[in-house]
Design a protein around this ligand. Sequence first.
Ligand SMILES: NC(=O)C1=CN([C@@H]2O[C@H](COP(=O)(O)OP(=O)(O)OC[C@H]3O[C@@H](n4cnc5c(N)ncnc54)[C@H](OP(=O)(O)O)[C@@H]3O)[C@@H](O)[C@H]2O)C=CC1
Ligand SMILES: O=C(O)C1=N[C@H](C(=O)O)C[C@H](O)C1
Length: 273
Amino acid sequence: MTANDMKLVVVGAAGRMGQALIRVIHETEGVTLHAAVGREGSAFIGKDAGEIAGVGALGVPVTTDPLQAFLDAEGVLDFTTPATSVTFAGLAAQARIVHVIGTTGCSVEDEEKFRAAARHARVVKSGNMSLGVNLLSVLAEQAAKALPAAGWDVEIVEMHHKHKVDAPSGTALLLGEAAAKGRGIDLASKSVRVRDGHTGPRPGGTIGFATLRGGSVVGDHSVILAGEGELVTLSHSARDRSIFARGAVAAALWARDKKPGFYSMLDVLGLSH
Ligand SMILES: NC(=O)C1=CN([C@@H]2O[C@H](COP(=O)(O)OP(=O)(O)OC[C@H]3O[C@@H](n4cnc5c(N)ncnc54)[C@H](OP(=O)(O)O)[C@@H]3O)[C@@H](O)[C@H]2O)C=CC1
Ligand SMILES: O=C(O)C1=N[C@H](C(=O)O)C[C@H](O)C1
């Protein structure tokens, strides 16, 4: 640890992503775990964050006081729940720090609150923090643009572990947005998120979503472009949560010297256009 290390807070510290973040911070030069925050009433409060994450004691107990944790910090890494991330966005804006938000399943109203907080904080938000998925989104946009909507239908398939609570996944929606951008259409009015019963034929120009849940799958996504007599499939398979955690830490370091604003992982990775 050096004096110039970026001081990071992990919220949702005992969660699947919280633990992955603590491990990645521990092994990454230039960052240090400043504080760890858990949910009021959680059995992990008071326990050492490093012990929970399996890297040995770090001298950082999990607390329930985000405001205190944010005061002296430079960034917060947040993979929790939509309501929790909205609350933390307000606190990160008050503290004028970097807020990296990986939480998915957020509503349009939640997104408006994140954008409001970004007037004071540097917010980096993405449904997927991995390099591979962000590259995939660029490829999906290009493919959707190159293959005409009249002959090529776009379908997005995702599979995740049985504990996941939101659907479609944040990544599936991110990929859908990319394909919609390529097609020059509005995803919200052109997406088909559920099919059941007598659906009738597929409406042309739509983007369909299919969701699978089971076992311990970290996160698999495919963008399928289905034409007459041929299929193009672009896919990504996450094997380890460290890919998201490494992306989140890179996002915090990238945002450290940026102006307040709302940024995406495409900005962090230099893939935005
Ligand atoms: N953008 C990306 O790259 C990725 C995004 N995600 C998203 O991140 C989110 C979390 O995923 P995952 O780690 O698997 O989920 P978990 O349920 O394992 O972790 C969430 C953690 O947040 C804690 N939490 C809930 N409310 C609060 C609160 N008010 N204060 C502090 N902590 C709180 C939970 O505590 P408790 O268990 O006690 O309720 C839990 O420890 C999901 O939305 C998921 O989709 C996941 C992976 C990658
Ligand atoms: O809940 C998860 O686990 C994941 N959530 C994100 C999503 O909703 O896309 C990212 C990743 O696929 C894992």
